[in-house]
Design a protein around this ligand. Structure first.
Ligand code: ATP
Length: 374
């Protein structure tokens, strides 16, 4: 068991490539933390630095409060599973699982006992004499995890382990990994670019962009309280709509926000919140609206907004409605947004549709994209 800390770690590969910048993250003993972000944001670099496959440019990596910057990968006792499995094709499943133990010169009895144990946990007992090519993608992935775990590493690293699998198998193995984690309580750092995978697997999730952590939190915190526009757009499927807008003060001192052509009055809140919001009156800001916070029928306290439909995707249990706010007289009237509604909507290009939203579900971001806390 182990606790992992990245303390202000930066990694520069060359003059133009700062792959990680001031990266600080703690993974508690037994916790599963997911690093998620778009391609090239530095996720794999973070894993490789922790595994000792790359050296940090500055900052420290600690395992159980001990600085490990100078330790070799072997000394760190970390196991890593890659997306391509890297199994030995000429060896049986059993030999693949035995391999790391043989390399560590373990006793034959101990090898047998550990391989039996891990094969049992990963449901591989029936497959031990097969070669990797006689296995399905999901079974190969389990062997790769077994081979990593059989040595009982203190930290388990997974780099996009599901990306070679089809969608159905992905969700099955995701559930397997989740169960395995609940059983073994291994300190785990898991890398993916898929926010659904991140949200369903992580105790906590670190959202990254361009080498920097944008926000670390539980899946619920990231969804309910995104710190900035990047996180708001990245988390959720589809992500949050970010609509250029402006805040205006009404004659009675209430505050309204423009959504398309409509002015939506914000719910009265605390005095402190109103004072804070007053700074942004007549300023350009962004409104954040989750696709699933828009409805086709009226709800209590909801207000209506009119949009023009661009297209509709019917998904069986719901529809994704792509829409615009035309004729708003600004540069953004061509932006396309998405509503996710449970009705089956007819697709009529350019049709005017009315959606209902609850003003409480509106997020506000300043022009730099940071959340306006109220
Ligand atoms: P992906 O999801 O595509 O795997 P990632 O988030 O894991 O991306 P990294 O592989 O960590 O991203 O790469 C971060 C940045 O560092 C990228 O710009 C990449 O091109 C660069 N990089 C990674 N490894 C090296 C290397 N050995 N030499 C030079 N640049 C590198």
């Amino acid at each position: 068991m182990a606790r992992v800390e990245f303390d202000h770690v930066s990694k520069r590969f060359d003059e133009d490539t700062l792959a990680l910048q001031n990266f600080s993250l703690t993974v508690d003993d037994g916790e599963l933390v997911v690093l998620v972000g778009p391609s090239g944001c530095g996720k794999s670099t973070a894993l490789r630095l922790l595994a000792g496959l790359e050296q940090v440019t500055s900052g420290d990596i600690l395992i159980d409060s001990k600085r490990v910057n100078e330790q070799t990968p072997q000394q760190r006792n970390i196991a890593m599973v890659f997306q391509n499995y890297a199994l030995y094709p000429h060896m049986s499943v059993r030999s693949n699982l035995e391999f790391p133990l043989r390399m560590a010169h373990e006793h034959a009895d101990s090898i047998k006992q550990k391989v039996t144990h891990i094969a049992d946990i990963l449901d591989l007992s029936e497959l031990l004499e097969r070669k990797p090519k006689q296995l399905s993608g999901g079974q190969r992935q389990r062997v790769a995890m077994g081979r990593a775990l059989v040595r009982d590493p203190s930290v388990f690293l997974l780099d996009e382990p599901l990306s070679n699998l089809d969608a159905k198998l992905r969700s099955q193995i995701r559930a397997d990994i989740s169960q395995l984690q609940q059983r073994l309580h291994k300190t785990t750092l898991y890398v993916t670019h898929d926010q659904v995978e991140a949200m369903t697997l992580g105790d906590r999730v670190a959202v990254m962009n361009a080498g920097e952590i944008q926000q670390v939190g539980t899946p619920n915190q990231l969804y309910e309280q995104p710190h900035n526009v990047f996180v708001a757009k990245f988390i959720g499927s589809p992500g949050m709509n970010i609509i250029p807008s402006v805040l205006l003060k009404q004659e009675d001192n209430g505050i309204s926000v423009a959504i398309g052509k409509q002015m939506v009055r914000l719910p009265p809140s605390s005095r402190h919140a109103d004072e804070k919001l007053s700074q942004y009156i007549n300023e350009n800001i962004y409104v954040g609206l989750r696709p699933e916070a828009m409805f086709t029928s009226q709800l209590e306290n909801s207000i209506s907004i009119e949009v023009k439909t661009v297209s509709v995707e019917f998904l069986g249990h719901e529809s994704l409605v792509y829409f615009r706010f035309p004729e708003t007289g600004d540069d953004h009237s061509n932006n396309v947004y998405i509503a996710r509604v449970s009705d089956k909507l007819e697709h009529t290009y350019g049709a005017v549709e009315t959606f209902y939203i609850n003003p409480d579900s509106i997020f506000l971001f300043d022009k730099e994209g940071s959340i306006i806390q109220i």
